[in-house]
Design a protein around this ligand. Structure first.
Ligand code: ADP
Ligand code: MG
Length: 487
């Protein structure tokens, strides 16, 4: 064994050795700068390919990882390299293997860049011209029917993570196709409020307008759809409305749940929908729940909404929230938000992205007004009310469900008195989490576990606390469960 190792090492040249040592040092710096969790999620999979002049070339296992790292950790990467090797002026990330044809993110373009001393050379470009041209749209009479697009809602500003990966990939795919891609018409995006549905739709519209200006895109909220339709009815002038709607190449209707219970609007929507699909025009619809769960919408419409691709925007995870905060914080000029504060916000504000953004804005506004630096303590103070509201989020029932699922036992075992280890230990874990993650008292927790005494709960909490120290599997289980529950 030892000999084999020697012979492998023996084939390495001295410079390969040095390169490996250098890469290890860069990795340590990254781990230090970004924390262990982030490092393991994103950097562990990166490899070092070569030093090419002043460019450090690294490899990523997937496009997704590459894009994520580039979007979120470009400055950390650059710093780590430059601290170790000041001849490195640029960083390039290439894909380890050939990309799948259907990879969700089609971004490989000519490498950006002049290596000035602050440049990070990236395998693709987020250049300035990717910024949408707002004026051309507002001026265009064709689009006055639609709702305005928010210039900040672009793909470039959208942070991708597990929860929104599918919706993002689908939106990108539709935006990049010259006609409605098979199986994606209509594209139905659904999810709770503030999770990025409108952002993705605007991003899609911007991209089509930028890259395929000849395609006519109309984005409107379902509310506006109704308002326009009713106005047309009142003026007995529905033809131009119908014609305009039917003449577009891409129609987007946001928040379709708004038309629930509004019969004549639904009727009109149904006809527009059919006319466009018949002509193979692209439709993109969003709703607060999946088509089959939409209440107050006619069955024929619900069924049609689910014909194409239905993509769920899930609630955020800790990693995604942190990614979003980091990307927003980077854009704040002249204001430093410490990593610790971003991590604190990501772990505490779990409801949705809108609230997360609002929280960051409040913290920043406060510090600007008062002229103080931002710290975890000041953040806690500024966001007292919001933090309390988010705290109430996790219920004992949520915990019991998650734990039962994790250990693959029946939910009813949470209330039973069975002492067999396979059910008793998970029950203790659930009690422990109930104590840690909710504000419920020991007697209240006991009641929720089939009327157990508060001393039983106390014993469970103590026991798990002790075991966590010695049993790394248990400790991992608890970390996974806490994360899942808090996100
Ligand atoms: P929805 O339409 O689902 O209610 P929005 O698209 O309006 O949610 O998103 C709410 C806010 O959160 C917007 O300011 C949006 O830019 C931001 N946001 C949501 N998801 C992301 C994301 N993945 N990356 C960056 N910003 C996001
Ligand atoms: Mg919306």
């Amino acid at each position: 064994m030892v000999e084999a190792r020697h012979s492998i090492i023996g084939t390495q040249s001295g410079s390969e050795f040095e390169a490996e040592a250098l890469w290890n040092r860069v990795r340590s710096r990254l781990r230090e700068a970004c924390g262990d969790a982030v490092f393991r999620s994103w950097f562990d999979g990166l490899g070092f390919d070569r030093l090419d002049g002043s460019t450090a070339v690294m490899t990523a296992p997937t496009r997704f990882t590459r894009e994520w790292v580039v979007n979120n950790y470009a400055s950390e990467l650059r710093n780590a390299w430059r601290q170790e090797q000041d001849s490195v002026l640029a960083v390039d990330i290439i894909l380890r293997s050939a990309p799948a044809v259907d990879a969700p993110v089609a971004v490989v373009a000519a490498p950006a860049v002049v290596a000035d001393d602050s440049a990070v050379k990236l395998a693709y470009d987020r250049a300035a011209d990717s910024r949408p041209r707002v004026d051309s749209v507002e001026d265009d009479e064709e689009f006055t029917l639609g709702s305005p697009l928010d210039p900040r809602f672009t793909f470039e500003n959208f942070v991708v993570g597990k929860p929104n990966e599918l919706a993002y990939a689908a939106a990108r795919r539709v935006a990049e196709s010259h006609e409605a891609p098979v199986g994606c018409n209509p594209l139905f995006l659904h999810g709770g409020v503030g999770l990025g549905k409108t952002h993705l739709m605007h991003a899609l519209a911007w991209q089509i307008r930028r890259e395929n200006p000849e395609r006519r895109v109309l984005y409107m909220s379902a509310e506006k759809f109704m308002y326009q339709f009713i106005r047309a009815l009142r003026f007995k002038d529905t033809m131009p409305f119908k014609e305009k709607l039917r003449s577009v190449d891409v129609l987007m209707i946001d928040d379709v749940q708004f038309i629930s219970g509004k019969d004549s609007t639904q009727e009109e929507f149904f006809h527009t929908f059919n006319a466009l699909i018949d002509q193979k025009k692209q439709l993109i619809i969003s709703g607060d729940r999946s088509p089959s769960d939409l209440e107050g919408i006619e069955e024929r419409i619900r069924s049609r909404l689910g014909w194409g691709l239905v993509a769920d925007v899930h609630t955020t995870t800790y990693e995604l929230r942190l990614g979003i905060l980091q990307s927003k914080a980077e854009k704040l000029e002249g204001i430093e938000v410490p990593c610790k504060v971003l991590e604190f916000l990501a772990s505490k504000i779990t409801s949705n992205v809108r609230e997360l953004e609002g929280a960051l804005n409040r913290v920043v506004a406060h510090s600007t007004l008062v002229g103080s630096t931002i710290s975890v303590e000041s953040t806690q103070e500024v966001l007292k009310d919001l933090l309390r509201a988010n705290d109430r989020h996790i219920t004992i029932e949520d915990i019991q469900k998650a734990v039962a699922l994790h250990y693959n036992i029946k939910l009813t075992e949470m209330h039973s008195a069975r002492r067999s280890r396979v059910v008793a230990r998970p029950r203790q874990v659930a009690m422990y989490l109930a104590k840690k993650l909710t504000t419920k008292s020991l007697p209240e927790i006991g009641r929720k576990f089939g009327g157990k005494d508060h001393t039983t709960v106390m014993h469970a909490v103590k026991r798990i606390e002790e075991l966590r120290e010695s049993d790394s599997d248990l400790s991992t289980d608890i970390n996974i469960l806490s994360r899942a529950l808090e996100s």
